[in-house]
Design a protein around this ligand. Structure first.
Ligand SMILES: [Zn+2]
Length: 207
């Protein structure tokens, strides 16, 4: 059985979280220590641990397994497929895509859309890496509902805010493998009481 606590420690050891003394500007404009799961190389031991922990979590949390696990482009597309493989054919992994014109917009892949429409699955799980507001996973979840999924829930690898407002606003249920809020400030707050106030290095978002 995979151990969430040791997975969390391995994630920190791999430098997925910004080291002390450094923080980032997020897409939302907020400031905080970034969690970058893209640092976990596909096929690495930590990647295998991630898919094992996610599969164990899903089988423990849901009395009826989801028929489909959907990835959130691009970060968890492979993870969703490799997590689904742990269920030996009982669960299908599928992927979403970013709009090439606007990377903030996500769609289902054509295959995922057709699959959901054909199966009308009772439950689809959207697997996300980091939950801050839920702005990406909510799009994938809503497209899955529109395509014919009867119920869609989001499973986050690391929930970094106590509430994920975009998911709450859309009435999409979510749960997290690691639920550990991390300080996240708007720029003014950060300047007054946050990391900027403490003189931590600041990395603006790449435009
Ligand atoms: Zn700051």
């Amino acid at each position: 059985m995979a151990d969430v606590e040791s997975f969390r420690n391995h994630v920190l050891e791999a430098g997925v979280l910004d080291p002390e003394g450094t923080h980032h500007e997020f897409v939302s404009g907020m400031h905080g220590r970034k969690l970058d799961f893209d640092k976990i190389a596909i096929g690495s031991p930590l990647y295998e641990e991630w898919t094992t922990v996610a599969a164990d979590y899903i089988s423990e949390e849901y009395s009826e397994l989801p028929q489909i696990i959907l990835g959130v482009a691009n970060g968890t597309n492979r993870v969703a497929i490799d997590t689904a493989r742990h269920f030996n054919g009982d669960v299908i992994g599928a992927v979403s895509e970013k709009d090439p014109e606007n990377s903030k917009k996500l769609y289902l892949s054509e295959m995922a859309g057709k699959l959901i429409t054909a199966m009308q699955p009772e439950l689809v799980v959207v697997l996300e890496d980091v939950g801050t507001t839920g702005s990406n996973s909510v799009q994938v979840a809503r497209h899955a509902l529109a395509a014919g999924a009867q119920e869609v829930e989001v499973v986050l690898t690391w929930q970094r805010q106590s509430k994920l407002q975009k998911l709450l606003d859309s009435g999409i249920a979510y749960r997290a493998i690691i639920n550990e809020p991390l300080p996240t400030y708007d720029p003014e707050e950060c300047e007054n009481v946050g990391y900027c106030a403490d003189g931590w290095g600041f990395i603006p978002r790449a435009k």
